[in-house]
Design a protein around this ligand. Structure first.
Ligand code: PGA
Ligand code: ZN
Length: 475
C-alpha cells in the first residue's frame, strides 16, 4: 500500500485537519501533545509493518521470528519446532536446500511473511485476532497451511496477539482470556521434565520424559522452587549412583543418564522427591511418546539400541500391564501418548481403566478432527496443546474449547526446539489450562517460560489463583 493509499484509506488528511482545528479551539498550551492524543483516538489502531527474519531455535536449527509494527510499538514473536511431526498437523515450511543449514533453513516462510502476509495484513486492527488469522488462512488456501507455512502464519498470529493486548492496554494473558470469552485466569501447575529419554536424549531410555508435578504447592512460585530443588537433588542422586558424567541433559533440559528402563528412571525421581521432603506434594507424569517405539503391532523398549534383539518387545496388552504396575507403585497422575498414535484400541482401553489422566499428544496432534474422534470414542481425557501444530491463536483457542466442553484436562506444551518467546505462558494463564509443560526448570529457553509465570503471578497479586490440586479439570 502506498503512503497516499494508506492516508486515503483511513481519511488521515481530514482527521489531521480536524485535530488542528480542535487544538486551536481549545487554545491548548501544548498543541503537539493535544493533536497526537486526538489522532490516537481518531485513527483506528493498525498494523503498519511486518518484518520477518530467520533465527535459531534452542537446538541450533533455523526458525521464524517476526516483528509486527503498530501505532503502539513493535511486537516480536518466534515459533518453536519439535521432533514429533505427523500427517495431521500444520505444515512447517522448510527450504530443503541441503547447502543451507542442512536443508532446515526457513527463508521461504520468511519471504512469505515479508511479502504476501505483510501485504494482506497491513492496515488491519491488531485487536481483531480472528479476522487476522482468517485472512492468513484464506491467503494460504490449503488445509494444513502448506502454502505459506504454519511457521510463517503462527509467528504473525502470535505477534498480532501481543500487539492486540498492547492496543487494549491490558496484559497479554488478559487479552487471550477475552478472545476466548473467559473471565477467570489461573496459574497452571508446571510439569517439569527432570529426566529425558526417547528422541530427546542420547541414552538408552525409550520413554521420552519423566516429569514432576508439584500439585501440592500453594502458589506457582512455590511450585517452581519445588521443581528446581527436586531437579538438583536428582542430579545428586544420579551422580552418587552412576557418576557425574551421567548428568548430561536432553533437548528439553531433563537429565539424561544412560539408564534403559522406565522403572529405573522412576526410582531415581522418587528418591530425589524423597530428599526434598515435599513427598506427597509432588506427583509424577510421563510422556511415553510411544509412536516412536512402535514397530508394527509391538512396542520396542530398546528402540534406540543398535542391536535390536527383539527381547524387549512388548504387545499393547503388555504395555497396559506395565502401566498398571507402575501406577500402583509410583505417584503417577498423568501419562501422555501411552500407545502409538494409531493404536486407538489400547489407548481407549487404558483410558477406561481410570488409573490416571491420559493425554493425547501425537494421538491428537492438536487437530480438531482427531480431538472430536477421541472425544466420541473416549480415547483419552486430556489435550496436549502445541500451538504450532495448529498454526493460529484463534484455532488454538478453539481446540481448547473443544477439550473443555468434553470435560478434558488441557496441558499447554512447549516443543523440544524452543525460542526465547514466552507466549505459551500467557496463553496458559489466559485459557486457565490445568498443566503447563515447558521442559526442565533449567536452560534458558525453558526457564524463560516459567519465569514469565512467576511475573504474572506477582502482577495478579491477591487475584492470582494457582490451579494446584484442581489441575485435572481446567477451571
Ligand atoms: P516434541 O516433543 O516437541 O519433540 O514434539 C514434545 C512432546 O512430545 O510433548
Ligand atoms: Zn508428547
Amino acid at each position: 500500500m502506498s503512503v497516499q493509499e494508506y492516508l486515503d484509506k483511513h481519511m488521515l488528511s481530514r482527521k489531521i485537519e480536524d485535530a488542528v482545528n480542535a487544538a486551536v479551539r481549545a487554545k491548548t498550551s501544548d498543541p503537539v501533545l493535544f493533536i497526537s492524543n486526538h489522532m490516537r483516538k481518531a485513527v483506528p489502531s493498525m498494523i503498519t509493518k511486518i518484518k520477518a527474519r530467520q533465527i535459531l531455535d534452542s537446538r541450533g536449527i533455523p526458525t521464524v521470528e517476526v516483528d509486527l509494527h503498530t501505532n503502539k510499538g513493535v511486537f516480536r514473536a518466534s515459533v518453536p519446532s519439535g521432533d514429533s511431526s505427523g500427517t495431521y498437523e500444520a505444515v512447517e515450511l522448510r527450504d530443503g536446500d541441503k547447502g543451507m543449514y542442512l536443508g532446515n533453513s526457513v527463508m521461504k516462510a520468511v519471504k512469505n511473511i515479508n511479502e504476501k502476509i505483510s501485504e494482506a495484513l497491513i492496515g488491519m486492527d491488531p485487536k481483531l485476532q480472528s479476522q487476522i488469522d482468517q485472512a492468513m488462512i484464506d491467503l494460504d488456501k490449503t488445509e494444513k497451511k502448506g502454502e505459506l507455512g504454519a511457521n510463517a502464519i503462527l509467528a504473525v498470529s502470535v505477534a498480532a496477539c501481543k500487539a492486540g493486548a498492547a492496543e487494549k492496554e491490558v496484559p497479554l494473558y488478559k487479552h487471550i482470556a477475552d478472545l476466548s470469552g473467559r473471565t477467570s485466569l489461573a496459574l497452571p501447575v508446571p510439569a517439569f521434565t527432570v529426566l529425558s529419554g526417547g528422541k530427546h536424549a542420547v541414552n538408552n531410555l525409550a520413554i521420552q520424559e519423566i516429569m514432576i508435578v508439584p500439585v501440592g504447592a500453594g502458589r506457582f512460585e512455590e511450585a517452581l522452587q519445588m521443581g528446581s530443588e527436586t531437579y538438583h537433588h536428582l542430579k545428586a542422586v544420579i551422580t552418587e549412583k552412576y557418576g557425574a558424567l551421567e548428568c548430561n541433559v536432553g533437548e528439553d533440559g531433563g537429565l539424561a543418564p544412560n539408564i534403559s528402563s522406565l522403572k529405573e528412571g522412576l526410582d531415581l525421581v522418587k528418591e530425589a522427591i524423597n530428599r526434598t521432603g515435599y513427598n506427597e506434594k509432588i506427583k509424577i507424569a510421563i510422556d511415553v511418546a510411544a509412536t516412536n517405539l512402535c514397530i508394527g503391532t509391538k512396542y520396542d523398549l530398546d528402540f534406540k539400541s543398535p542391536n535390536k534383539s527383539g527381547q524387549n518387545f512388548k504387545s499393547g496388552d503388555d504395555m497396559i500391564d506395565m502401566y498398571k504396575e507402575l501406577c500402583a507403585e509410583y505417584p503417577i497422575i498423568s501419562i501422555e501418548d501411552p500407545f502409538d498414535r494409531e493404536d486407538w484400541e489400547h489407548t481407549k482401553y487404558f483410558s477406561g481403566l481410570g488409573l490416571c489422566q491420559v493425554v493425547g499428544d501425537d494421538l491428537l496432534m492438536s487437530n480438531p478432527k482427531r480431538i472430536e474422534r477421541a472425544i466420541q470414542e473416549s480415547a483419552c481425557n486430556a489435550l496436549l496443546l502445541k500451538v504450532n501444530q495448529i498454526g493460529t491463536v484463534t484455532e488454538a483457542i478453539e481446540v481448547v474449547k473443544l477439550a473443555r466442553d468434553a470435560h478434558w484436562g488441557v496441558v499447554t506444551s512447549n516443543r523440544c526446539g524452543e525460542t526465547e518467546d514466552t507466549f505459551i505462558s500467557d496463553l496458559s494463564v489466559g485459557l486457565a489450562t490445568g498443566l503447563f509443560k515447558a521442559g526442565a526448570p533449567a536452560r534458558g529457553e525453558r526457564v524463560i517460560k516459567y519465569n514469565q509465570l512467576l511475573r504474572i503471578e506477582e502482577e495478579l497479586g491477591d487475584q492470582a489463583v494457582y490451579v494446584g490440586e484442581d489441575w485435572k479439570q481446567s477451571l
